[in-house]
Design a protein around this ligand. Sequence first.
Ligand code: NAD
Ligand code: 4PL
Length: 246
Amino acid sequence: MGKLDGRTAIVTGAAQGIGFAIAKRLAEDGALVLIGDKNEAGAKEAAEKIGLGVTAMKCDISDQVEVSALIEAGARDGAPDILVNNAAIVPFSPWDEIDLDHWQTIIGTNLTGVFLTCRKATDMMRAADRKGKIVNIASNTFFAGTPNMAAYVASKGGVIGFSRALATEVGKYGICVNALSPGLIESEGVKNSPHDESFGFVEMLQAMPGKGQPEQIAGVASFLASDDAGWMTGQTVNVDAGMVRW
Ligand code: NAD
Ligand code: 4PL
């Protein structure tokens, strides 16, 4: 018996990295998982690699039409049970390089994309009387004010604020909305970017040593998606080896 048996789950941005680990873990815990990623080939490959009935479709979370199709495809009897908003762009852009175009691209995906999936999913959950679970992936860069990603940091602060407000709005329907805030994690995206060089510095700030791995996020995401977390909503859960302590 898995703790997510009989549930359907949608995980965005799961072609690789943290999203891939979350999709795999939710499937291992019994959920029927649908991956939505703008990288269609990567999403299909990821689904095949995980097996366990995982399927995939192309979805750019900044596109309302594609988001609608994704959330509908991930429904069971009128609504999905679980939505994990993981897809995001993780830029490395010093302040002097941040122009309006960059700002709008990052906010349009990382924050507006989360609004679009939540809009559609909560509408369907309410109509189907489903006590759904929404997990929004934030980032501890919001707490740290990490350099070289000002638009990203703003978008993740937006995700935390939005998660709190949405939790308040939909609590009366039994829908839980929480944010999960990882520290620096050795994902494919990070390994192939200048962020890879930040591990030494970040490790000094962590309470526990080591390089964060996607699997260390996945277990907490699965917990937040389960009934074990059914009395938790509007929270931001830090999963960063204690880099942020409060
Ligand atoms: P990654 O770059 O390795 O993977 C991101 C995935 O999202 C890719 O498959 C990409 O195709 C997809 N994606 C990007 N834009 C999309 C869009 N518009 N629509 C659909 N899919 C899209 O990233 P990661 O490091 O695994 O990060 C995953 C999540 O974790 C993100 O929300 C990120 O902000 C967050 N996070 C990451 C770290 C870290 O250190 N890796 C730390 C804190 C938070
Ligand atoms: C601490 O979310 O949380 C770098 C790059 N360092 O994307 C992140 C830290 C990065 C982070 C992140």
